[in-house]
Design a protein around this ligand. Structure first.
Ligand code: PMP
Length: 418
């Protein structure tokens, strides 16, 4: 039967006849409708940090739904789970007096941060500060601003004119950021967006010193530093907001995914007090922005239960402990003739980039490898048609990491053997 479900980021002509139906999940495992199990090597889309099937998240969600299923938080409306979650996140955020704006996902959070950054300057009497700088290879979601900021070209192609006040710089060279600021003029720039570890653009940890240098350059020029921690937050690279290990104190942080481990859709922006105060301390200063489900009580209840688990089991600490074993499980592939690079070592994100000549000679080979690996019981993702990426749940064991490395190698070899 042909599917009627329009899959995101899909070539429907190819997948419409054979959707891969996922039926249930438990821990680090997912099961298809035939009952075959697969190691969830990607934690869904980088989100399932606490692992699947956590009854306490389900119970907290059900209890909240019975009490107050949903209610909005526009104007003066509020609810206790949203208040509790905002307080907790504000205490965890590496910034002074953080205030938390909730959205329903990462892309909405990026657009919220971009709009808040521009509005911040407008309210401070510098309305010309609208330009936004981002990095090549970066992914900032698929909403309006995020599409314009994307450093992955294919995500911008074909949609017509996007934001003209957006510039991309090298992802690994802070001097390129400095040069762009000189060219554009700091007085015209609202913000610089950066993923601590670039995720969808190829799983690229930062060059040593890069993030610190970029943050310093922004501070020198009064440009807001926005950390897009949608992937990196909630333990994925250690810490709560994914910036702590570099000692960064961003002006704004976007988050989503791991905040609920994906059990329900939630995102948000943490704003440092010095940014938020421009709005919070100005009576009559309406911010005309916000999605319907901002502060949704049931979603907040799921997040609170998830944070309990991450904290109790110290999953952010575990991600740091396991980052070396994960990288080491893939490092033997560096010697493989089909492989150009193996990246990782900062949190539970790692990638195997295939050899350029191989990719040029064999179109679609990365996708075939992904399938061969899946047939052997492991879910990995292909990024940019060239890179196989893994980002397992933070509860994965060292033995399972070993299986992951072995299965990847076997799948790659099986495709090469034809
Ligand atoms: N920013 C980053 C860094 C992301 O990785 C993603 C999603 N992969 C987004 C934003 C967009 O999030 P969403 O898909 O929830 O809109």
């Amino acid at each position: 039967m042909e599917t009627r479900l329009w899959h995101p980021f899909a070539n429907m002509a190819e997948v419409k006849d054979k959707p891969f139906l996922v039926d249930r999940a438990e821990g680090v495992w997912i099961y298809d409708t035939d009952g075959t199990r697969y190691l969830d090597g990607t934690a869904g889309l980088w989100y399932c940090n606490a692992g699947h099937g956590r009854a306490e998240i389900v119970d907290a969600t059900a209890a909240q739904m019975r009490r107050l299923d949903s209610y909005f938080t526009f104007g003066d409306f509020s609810n206790e789970p949203a208040e509790r979650l905002a307080t907790r996140l504000s205490e965890l955020a590496p910034m002074e007096q953080a205030r938390i704006f909730f959205t329903t996902g990462g892309g909405e959070s990026v657009d919220t941060a971009a709009k808040l950054a521009r509005l911040y300057w407008a309210r401070r009497g510098e309305p010309q500060r609208v330009h936004i700088v981002s990095r090549r290879h970066s992914y900032h979601g698929t909403n309006g601003f995020g599409t314009s900021l994307a450093g992955i070209e294919v995500n911008r192609d074909g949609f017509g004119p996007l934001l003209s006040d957006a510039t991309r710089v090298a992802h690994d060279d802070a001097e390129d950021l400095r040069a762009a600021i000189e060219r554009i003029g700091a007085e015209n720039i609202a913000a610089f967006f950066a993923e601590p570890v670039i995720g969808a653009g190829g799983a690229r940890p930062p060059e040593p010193g890069y993030l610190e240098a970029a943050a310093k350059i922004c501070a020198e020029h009064g440009i807001l530093f926005v950390a897009d921690s949608v992937i990196c937050g909630f333990g994925r690279v250690g810490g709560w907001f994914g910036v702590e290990r570099w000692g960064l104190r961003p002006d704004l942080i976007t988050f989503a995914k791991g905040v609920t481990s994906g059990y329900l859709p939630l995102g948000g922006v943490a704003a440092a007090g010095h940014v938020a105060d421009v709005f919070w301390e100005a009576p009559g200063s309406l911010v005309a922005h916000g999605p319907t489900y901002s502060g949704h009580p049931t979603v907040a209840a799921a997040a609170l239960a998830n944070l309990d688990i991450l904290e109790r089991e110290d999953l952010p600490g575990r991600a740091v402990e396991l980052e070396r074993p994960l990288l080491e499980a893939l490092l033997p592939l560096r010697e493989h003739p089909a492989v150009a690079d193996v990246r990782g070592g900062v949190g539970l994100i790692a990638a195997v980039e295939l050899d350029g000549e191989l990719l040029a000679e064999h179109k679609g080979i990365a996708a075939r490898m992904q399938l061969a690996i899946r047939e052997r019981g492991l879910i990995v993702r292909v990024l940019g048609g060239s890179t196989l990426v893994v980002s397992p749940p933070l509860i994965i064991t060292e033995d399972e990491i070993g299986v992951l490395g072995k299965t990847m190698a076997e799948g790659i070899d099986a495709v090469l053997a034809g």
